[in-house]
Design a protein around this ligand. Structure first.
Ligand SMILES: *Cc1c(COP(=O)(O)O)cnc(C)c1O
Length: 433
């Protein structure tokens, strides 16, 4: 939507409530109306022609020019309002595109910037859907994919330097579910060194679902595109599927929108409206969730039924600590716990929960707990489980906005009576499970 007037620069929390939406275009309504129309009436045949020229990339809109809407698969008012209002939440962003799921944003980014014959580099573990898309669709389709193991900064530097025809570097950090972090500035520097050596410049894409937009700012660290499953923290209520892409360079978003028009995976008007309503509270929710999670993680760290708590403020690896402190404003709301009693203990724990829900997904106001090995990561091979640190006793907790004392009490009662040492067989063989 066109901005009604120039205003002074304001902070993101203010901009999300005051920018990108002009009440006069919604009959004076203080919050946006929903525009469900699939097609739009042109103001003149010339305006229709100009709108198609811009859509087709044959013309560029002049600054301040108002361009007629065409057809809702390309764009619609609620997508434009959402896209304008989300930009200030992502530091460094100048443009955004809304998609009908996180996977739609990821797929569209990869298919926009990588063609058969190209190479992409991605870190593992990565979201399961992303891994399937890369291994079961993009690779058979002719895109070479090289996996770099999260936490191995030297390995990532090396593949970025050496890969032939590299067109995309796709990173997700922190890794799910053990929160291993990848140094984004270091990856961006590796891309610059590659370009300085005369090789192709890959687009550096970051899935920022776990810590953004509140706590991690990849565009400020030299990354090109930030992607979200807006299904998670951005929407925050487990009642909406959506995805978003943001970039500092509007040309990258224009290219993705052009593919979005072909794929037909734009977020529809009602969902755009819902997601837009959630944006002003994402910072409030994430702050409360992160504070709750930190209190719970630190309280559980010494519990005798727990082998290890995975949480950024409890990192013991010096390099991981360094990345966390440099890259993230707050630790976030995902806590994973590894139970000494393995799978039976994990299942008992899940069965006994009375406040938290046993469900996949994350980022919602209610607390969600799952057993990754038998659910979100059940498709992994033994080797992939070992690399990703996914053990039989691992439980992932996405902490909500409930009173943290009730959550801690719920977890403590669910831990009662669970084994306080690993089964003898494991201790003898010394396997790290
Ligand atoms: C959930 C998730 C996705 C996929 O998003 P959908 O909205 O379910 O399509 C991608 N990346 C991460 C990190 C996720 O957690």
């Amino acid at each position: 939507m066109a901005e009604s007037k120039e205003r002074h620069a304001v902070h993101p929390r203010t901009a999300v409530l005051t920018r990108g939406f002009d009440p006069s275009l919604s009959l004076g309504s203080a919050r946006p109306a929903v525009f469900r129309s699939s097609t739009y009436v042109f103001s003149s045949p010339e305006a229709a022609e100009q709108a198609f020229n811009i859509l087709g990339g044959r013309a560029q809109a002049a600054p301040g020019e108002s361009v007629d809407l065409v057809y809702s698969r390309f764009s619609h008012p609620n997508a434009e309002i959402l896209e304008d209002q989300i930009v200030p939440l992502e530091r460094g962003a100048q443009a955004a595109a809304a998609f009908n799921s996180g996977m739609a944003a990821i797929m569209t980014a990869l298919l926009t910037f990588a063609q058969p014959g190209d190479t992409i580099v991605y870190n593992v573990p990565v979201y399961g859907g992303t891994q399937h898309l890369i291994e079961d669709f993009l690779e058979p389709w002719g895109i070479k994919a090289i996996a770099a193991i999260a936490g191995d900064g030297d390995g990532l530097d090396r593949v970025i330097a050496e890969a032939e025809n590299l067109s995309v570097v796709f990173l997700e950090t922190p890794a799910n579910p053990t929160l291993v972090m990848t140094d984004l500035r270091r990856a961006a520097d590796a891309v610059e060194r590659r370009v300085a050596a005369g090789k192709s410049r890959p687009v550096l894409i970051v899935d920022n679902t776990f810590l953004g937009p509140a706590f991690q700012h990849p565009l400020r660290l030299g990354c090109d595109i930030v992607l979200y499953s807006a299904t998670k923290y951005l929407s925050g209520f487990s009642d909406l599927l959506a995805g978003v892409a943001l970039a500092a360079d509007p040309a990258l978003i224009r290219k993705m929108k052009s593919k979005r028009g072909l794929f037909g995976n734009i977020l529809p008007p009602d969902e755009c409206w819902m997601l837009n309503q959630r944006l002003p509270t994402v910072g409030l929710r994430m702050n409360r969730q992160s504070k709750n999670a930190q209190r719970i993680a630190e309280s559980l760290a010494s519990h005798k039924a727990i082998r290890k708590v995975y949480y950024p403020t409890l990192f013991d690896d010096a390099e991981q600590k360094r990345i966390y402190e440099k890259q993230c404003d707050y630790p976030g709301a995902i806590v994973s716990i590894d139970l000494k009693g393995g799978r039976p203990a994990a299942f008992d724990f899940l069965r006994k929960l009375q406040v938290a829900y046993n469900a996949v997904s994350l980022g919602s106001v209610e607390t969600l707990v799952c057993h990754p090995k038998s659910t979100t990561h059940s498709g992994f091979t033994e080797e992939e489980w070992a690399t990703a640190g996914i053990t039989d006793g691992l439980v992932r907790i996405s902490v909500g906005i409930e009173d943290w004392r009730d959550l801690l009490a719920d977890f403590e009662q669910a831990l009662e009576g669970l084994p306080v040492e690993a089964p003898a067989s494991e201790q003898e063989s010394g396997t790290r499970v």
